[in-house]
Design a protein around this ligand. Structure first.
Ligand code: GLP
Length: 256
């Protein structure tokens, strides 16, 4: 298995490095299907992609997108929904066709049916070419919390208290973070042809080390990426601080 672990000086540099991977995919295949992630870590990536669209003609007009996860109960236009996040940070600033942006409907009356519809839509699209992922402090990917089966599919899931506290910074003080979410499963994520993970900041250092160097286990959902043959991990120096030096390759491939 080959995993490229790229360590950059700053979150912005990590974002630019991840943007390079996305740009290469879209230039190679403009009709790519990209899986998009939310959270603070990918923001520098979206900022850089928007800049490249404006200044360097990078086009997303033919690209299809699938979001990774969504809060149950939040409509697409809710300020804290992930659908809204992706509009605000990316879609509104590039030449994406709105009909090609797919998200999970957190207000669906039948959430199980919504999860199944989404899984089938991803498959019908031809499958995700490149899936972007952040990493939770507890090692979660998407909203697959510790304990999530490695072959899990898109489904309704329950957040841990840690994640709700971490994500409360995105919500107004009076608004509780939803307990339930819809998320692509770990198995759904692993079906993507390529994975691109970004993690920045000292708070992620432990989760990064457990993901890359610990045992592959449901207790660290991120560790499942090591079951995938094509993975790039972009880190800043702080997030990489607990990694063994030999796990890290600056701008080159390394077998982990
Ligand atoms: C949320 C998202 C994850 C994301 C994680 C980390 O829980 N569901 O997909 O990876 O946050 O977020 P941040 O980058 O803000 O630390």
């Amino acid at each position: 298995m080959t995993m490229r672990v790229l360590v950059l000086d700053s979150p912005d540099a990590a974002g630019a490095s991840a943007a390079d991977v996305i740009e290469a995919q879209v230039r190679l295949k403009p009709q790519s299907v990209l899986g998009l992630a939310t959270g603070s870590s990918p923001i520098p990536i979206y900022r850089e992609l928007v800049r490249r669209h404006r200044e360097e003609g990078l086009s997303f007009a033919e690209t299809t997108f699938f979001l990774l996860d969504e809060y149950v109960g939040l409509a697409a236009d809710h300020a804290c929904s992930y659908r809204h996040f992706i509009q605000e940070h990316f879609v509104d600033h590039v030449d994406v066709q709105p009909s090609k942006v797919n998200g999970l409907d957190g207000t669906a009356s039948d959430l199980d049916a919504e999860a199944l519809r989404y899984e089938q839509a991803m498959i019908a699209s031809g499958g995700i070419d490149l899936q972007l992922l952040g990493l939770g402090r507890n090692g979660h990917i998407g909203f697959n919390e510790p304990g999530s089966p490695l072959d899990s599919q898109t489904r309704v899931a329950t957040l841990t208290e840690t994640t709700r506290q971490d994500n409360s910074r995105f919500f107004p003080p009076v608004d509780p973070v939803p307990v339930r979410v819809l998320t692509q499963g770990i198995g759904s994520i692993l079906r993507a042809r390529n994975l691109l993970v970004i993690a920045t900041g000292a708070a992620k250092a432990q989760a990064v080390a457990a993901t890359i160097e610990g045992s592959i286990s449901t207790s660290v959902p991120g560790s499942a990426i090591r079951l995938h043959p094509e993975v790039t991990v972009t880190l800043d120096a702080q997030a990489a601080a607990h990694l063994r030096a030999d796990a890290i390759a600056q701008d080159q491939s390394s077998a982990v």
